[in-house]
Unconditional design. Structure first.
Lengths: 394, 135
């Protein structure tokens, strides 16, 4: 097996201010995160010869979703690049990191700055969560099959997955709540998380319903913020003064139909394909994983990722998280230790990559997992969007 | 049926027009492969199973509710809860339609219930909704 992944390390990480309505531009936030990551990697901007982001320029996805494209950031930072990429089609948000790893494996670059920036909180203002937007002239492509039926949001599309899971396996809202309550407990220990007030099961059940079975606290929180990583050639690990996590394996597979509603079994998602393809690329097994950072754009997605990666069997996600002890910071599988997107803020996939590195580096402070962290699993995406990654301390 | 809601309607194109206009005569149609009879949805002019050329074909309009969600969020400014359903088509249950479940009290909606198509008239577009089959 040609493990191109292991020719790279994550040499630096950075994160801008994160919050609600920071009223700063995406470029501004990205510069803050990028400079922190590059300095953390022991480099200067002159050393950066690759640039990668998700989803790249073109303004897809509506207000504050896309962040600046590679062209804007290359020019703002006056980078001289050997390779660059910005793309929305791929293994979820982390495809931007995987592209960087591939570029390094192929010898096209030595130090790639990778970033994901959102300004959804500022752009959406006080109007609340927005539906998926469509241009004038009607809905085309995939959304023509959902928008005419007032299924405006991924909340609706994924509620159909959750409801089917509840139906087939007896999964309950009390179980699903553990994803949200665990995220909140971890957010309390993360100074950068947005929602840090303690939350009880009663608070969860008192929240207004969005789309059954999802209440407000099952849905992530639009945020402003930028996350940056520097992916470097593996030998650079010796030049930094901290652990430089190694990408053990990436999961880029997609084997079912790439559709929100035509997948053969909607109690699984693209996550299951991505996870399966990740495990095919490593000798490590699920038993080796110490912490999991799993996409929680909706609480149910994290539950589904737990099943997809094999932490429990198909349909057993509810009992696995029941009571919340197993996924707590002092449990057998600490989950979403920075508060996830549910309480930390919707950094759109990259928050999980950042936190996996923090945990592997042992720099979580109050939110550091109780157990030693040698291996971290990361999942990005939900429904037909998925990418998986296994990181080690190297 | 009349539909009180202002909706985002599909943009018609050469591949999807037959589907979205099919309800004018009250009949639901999908592409069906002329060679192997498999239904193909969303419509593309190719049968990935045998390489054949599909044509629109009528189906019964009957299906089974595979999943549903009761929406409460006022995405479009309206606050009344409504049911978004996912219906598996009787002739080929791996073909599903995201739809609205109508003519049914919200508390009576159940996964597995038999449903039948009823079209919402947005001439020239007819949106396939589903209602419980009345015995």
């Amino acid at each position: 097996m040609s493990a191109f992944e292991r020719r790279s390390v994550i040499s630096g990480i950075g994160q801008s201010a994160i919050g609600r309505r920071l009223n700063r531009s995406g470029v501004d936030l990205t510069i803050e995160a990028a400079r922190e990551a590059v300095a953390d990697a022991g480099l200067t901007l002159a050393d950066i010869d690759g640039l990668s982001t998700y989803p790249g320029g073109g303004g897809i996805g509506g207000s504050g979703f896309a962040g600046p494209g590679v062209v804007e950031m290359q020019d703002a930072l006056r980078l001289e690049l050997s390779w660059y990429s910005g793309s929305a089609e791929g293994a979820a948000q982390m495809q931007a990191v995987i592209n960087a790893v591939m570029a390094i494996g192929a010898g096209l670059a030595r130090h790639v700055l990778v970033y994901r920036t959102v300004t959804e909180a500022t752009e959406q203002g006080s109007g609340g969560r927005r539906p998926i937007s469509t241009g004038a002239g009607g809905a085309g492509g995939m959304v023509q099959w959902t928008l005419p039926f007032r299924a405006y949001s991924a909340a609706n599309w994924l509620a159909l997955y959750a409801q089917r899971h509840f139906h087939e396996f007896g999964t309950t809202r009390e179980q699903l709540a553990q994803i949200a309550l665990n995220a909140r407990r971890n957010a309390e220990a993360n100074p950068k998380a947005i929602l840090r007030e303690p939350m009880s099961m009663d608070d969860y059940f008192a929240a207004r319903m969005i789309t059954t079975p999802f209440c407000l606290f099952d849905c992530d929180l639009p945020a402003d913020g930028s996350t940056a990583l520097v992916v470097s050639v593996a030998e650079h690990a010796r030049a930094v003064d901290h652990v430089a996590p190694v990408i053990e394996a990436v999961g880029t597979g997609f084997r079912g139909r790439p559709s929100w509603d035509q997948r053969a079994d909607l109690t699984t998602m693209g996550a299951h394909d991505a996870a399966a393809s990740m495990w095919e690329r490593t000798d490590l097994t699920v038993a080796d994983v110490d912490v999991a950072q799993l996409y929680d754009g909706f609480s149910f997605l994290a539950l589904s990722w737990l099943e997809a990666l094999g932490f429990c069997g198909h349909g057993e996600g509810g009992p696995f998280i029941d009571g919340g002890g197993r996924i707590a910071r002092d449990g057998e599988l600490p989950l979403n230790t920075a508060g996830g997107q549910l309480s930390g803020g919707r950094l759109h996939g990259f928050g999980f990559l950042h936190e996996a590195c923090v945990q592997l580096r042992g720099e979580g402070g109050e939110r550091q997992a109780s157990k030693p962290v040698e291996v971290a699993a990361v999942g990005n995406g939900g429904g037909p969007v998925a990418g998986a990654m296994l990181l080690t301390r190297g | 049926m009349d539909d009180p809601h202002i909706r985002v309607l599909p943009a018609l194109d050469v591949d999807n027009e037959f589907f979205w206009t099919s309800g004018k005569d009250g009949v639901l149609r999908f592409l069906r492969c002329a060679d192997c009879d498999v239904l193909i949805h969303p419509p593309v002019p190719y049968c990935a199973q045998c390489g054949g050329r599909p044509e629109p074909a009528a189906v019964s309009g009957r299906g089974t509710l595979y999943s549903f969600t009761v929406n409460h969020q006022a995405w479009d400014g309206t606050t009344d809860p409504y049911v978004i359903g996912l219906v598996a088509i009787d002739e080929q249950p791996d073909v599903r339609l995201t739809t609205n479940i109508v003519e049914c009290a919200i508390d009576d909606v159940r996964i597995g219930m038999p449903v039948e198509v009823v079209f919402a008239d947005h001439d020239p577009i007819y949106l396939p909704f589903f209602r419980p089959v009345t015995p």
